[in-house]
Design a protein around this ligand. Structure first.
Ligand SMILES: [Zn+2]
Length: 372
């Protein structure tokens, strides 16, 4: 490949259907290359979504605050250096499928991993994160490709698939009937009111597609209803990608399914190279303060005082209340984190007079937040 060819950024052609009068995009006609990119959004870990969109307009609830907090915590809060890397650059559970994408916003899905340095007497143990301790006592630091590249790579949908994509990310079969339904739903009765516009989509345009929870929900539902004949891999791998067991949390209230097993994969969180999945990220027993909008800081006397000053409320108005996080609360917290404030929305149902008083406190100290 010549230097000039290396500098050419890949793009995917897309045909937009535009309203002549209102100059808005009504829908798009796309090939399998673009549909694959859209479906890959459903497999992205939340940390990746925050990382790749944080410098673009809009934000995902208060997840940016949580991400920045993890970035700013010192390494001694974590079991190993890799623990922080896993949270900030989490591994897509089906990264080997995503590396075949024509445009990939997730740079961790590059098919690279690190093999144990004891290559002559260790049986090919590997890690997605450098310098992981191996069970044999060696260190996984030899960067190599994790899998071979198929000659005709398919990702999620079969090649030569054509789709109609609505503005709110519903994916429909690419045929005139789908188009008629979409246009009629938008109030169009005359096809002459619609114009075609050809564009090339690159990584910059994709990162601006910060689509919001509602649109991603539409995308998820349409994949649920897609005919299996369209798909190149199992539908469950797309809509229920799960978590690799080497990165799961023990005792997590939300029981995510195991992702497809990768043989010989080490747990980079284990300081000793222990073969069992280690199951935690943070070194204990540290305590933290978590604000309503998910800013996490280590609990220390100076930070507690500054936190109380920021609240700017009479000390008599502050009370202690214990909460237990079970599955219901964990789901509510996740949902609230993706939309607006987190702790207030999660725990307001358990409110009483005392909570109402604290609710006022949170409103005072909340920082401005982005939309969905
Ligand atoms: Zn080894």
């Amino acid at each position: 490949m010549s230097p000039e060819e290396k500098n050419i950024k890949p793009t995917i052609p897309l045909k937009l259907l535009v309203d002549k009068k209102k100059t808005r995009v009504l829908a798009a006609e796309a090939t399998s290359d673009f549909v694959n990119v859209l479906l890959s959004f459903l497999t992205l870990p939340l940390g990746t979504v925050v990382r790749v969109t944080k410098n673009h307009p809009g934000s995902i609830g208060c997840m940016n605050n949580l991400y920045q907090s993890i970035e700013q915590l010192s390494a001694d809060n974590f079991c190993t250096k890799a623990c922080q890397s896993i949270l900030l650059s989490p591994r897509n559970p089906i990264a080997l499928v995503c590396k075949n994408l024509k445009l990939n916003i997730d740079d961790t899905s590059n098919g690279k991993c690190f093999y144990c340095s004891n290559k002559y007497y260790c049986s090919g143990r590997k890690s997605h994160y450098p310098n992981t301790k191996c069970t044999c006592g060696g260190i996984a630091d030899r960067e190599m490709s994790e899998g071979s590249q198929p000659s005709d790579p398919e990702c999620f949908v079969k090649r030569r698939t054509m789709c109609v994509i609505t503005d709110d990310l519903q994916v429909l079969p690419g045929n005139p009937i789908s188009l008629v339904k979409v246009l009629c739903n938008l109030g169009f009765s005359d096809v002459d009111q619609v114009e075609e516009l050809s564009v090339d989509v690159g990584l910059d345009e994709l990162l601006d597609l910060n689509s919001g929870v509602v649109c991603v929900d539409n995308l998820y539902r349409t994949v649920e209803s897609l005919d299996l004949e369209w798909l190149a891999i199992s539908k469950n791998e797309i809509i229920n990608a799960g978590v690799l067991k080497q990165y799961k949390c023990k005792n997590h209230p939300l029981q995510f399914p195991d992702a497809k097993t990768i043989s010989n994969l080490l747990d980079p969180r284990s300081p000793t190279g222990c073969d069992d999945c280690f199951g935690r990220f943070m070194e204990g027993p540290h305590l933290f303060v978590v604000s309503d909008n998910l800013i996490v800081t280590p609990l220390s006397s100076p930070s507690s005082i500054s936190f109380l000053k920021e609240l700017n409320v009479p000390l008599n108005d502050i009370e202690e209340k214990e909460e237990t996080i079970r599955e219901t609360e964990a789901l509510a917290l996740l949902k609230a984190s993706l939309t607006s404030s987190a702790l207030n929305n999660c725990f307001k149902s358990s409110g009483n007079q005392k909570f109402n008083k604290r609710n006022k406190i949170s409103k005072i100290q909340n920082l401005p937040r982005g939309g969905t």
